[in-house]
Design a protein around this ligand. Sequence first.
Ligand code: IPM
Ligand code: MG
Length: 364
Amino acid sequence: MHLKIAVLPGDYIGPEVMAATLPVLEACLKKAGHTLEHSTHEVGGAGIDRYGKALPDSTLAACQAADAILFGSVGGPKWEKLPPKEQPERASLLPLRKHFKLYANVRPGLLLKNLIDTSPLRPDRIPQGVDMVCIRELTGGLYFGAKSTQEIAGGDIEAIDTMVYRKSEIERITDVAIATARARRKHLTLVDKANVLETSVLWRKVVGERVKATAPDITLTHMYIDNAAMQLVLRPSQFDVLLTENMFGDILSDEMAVICGSLGMMASASLGLDLNRHGKGYGLYEPSGGTAPDIAGQDKANPCAQILSAALMLRHSFGLEAEAKSIERAVEQTIAAGIRTADIAGGGPAVGTRAMGAAILARL
Ligand code: IPM
Ligand code: MG
């Protein structure tokens, strides 16, 4: 198979973790007899610096011509003074998600056995470890509803974000969650705020009907967002698949990531409606964490989330399950061998980004 991908490293640690990832991806594909064609493009702050635009036209065109996007992370203090609408996150990542209709964000939360002591939770809270997936709706809700800020009577200022959801949007993400649960322990938890929010009332109704009509084999549980945030630290092993709207999913997935050891471990896949040249889902693959400006340029960042995102890309956009697994196994074995970046070293000896990448590559 010939894989054509657009590589968008972005800002701060983005290029560092990407540099550790590409050799792993290349080696994995070469070994399996595939060919990889990739080109690298500016996005986020890097796009602003070079082209005056967080999502340069040339970058978008390259994404369009590719089968999938491997994305690093964008944003940081350098561009924080720009007007909000021009900041890297809002002006590149969100338009990319919208442009490619990437409505389904899949974030696997797997606490590796060897990382149990890296979790902030006491080991007795996670006797069976944690193995869950967050399915986050990614192109609706507060992120994309109408926004405004205006002066109002009395010299006061009012800012508005709008949460909008349509039945059709909820149905399509529910289908992704059902398929995910079906391949796992068949337990789906819908997280909402149906005691307060109108959109949540619609979510409950639509998800309930959808599961009843199309997935009687799936057990559906409802949980309010505040309770879910608490249950996640209390007893994370009760969760299999979490389904939730955009903003709740953003918050819960960070919580899930640290419970699983570190934000530096959590990959993510953003999937849409379009198919690529291989007849598989076009997608964007990125670490769930940010650009970590505090450790950028120091060879300290954990490349695992980026490397595991590349594995998700092989699985979802190319159907290369065995290859995806081989990368996931190499990451697991590296960690089991005690080779760790500082975020997962628990105060013990740590290696840098490059050495971590090289150790994973060596185990492929
Ligand atoms: C994430 C990030 C983004 C989000 C930011 C960078 C806009 O936090 O992917 O979780 O909020 O979706
Ligand atoms: Mg986030």
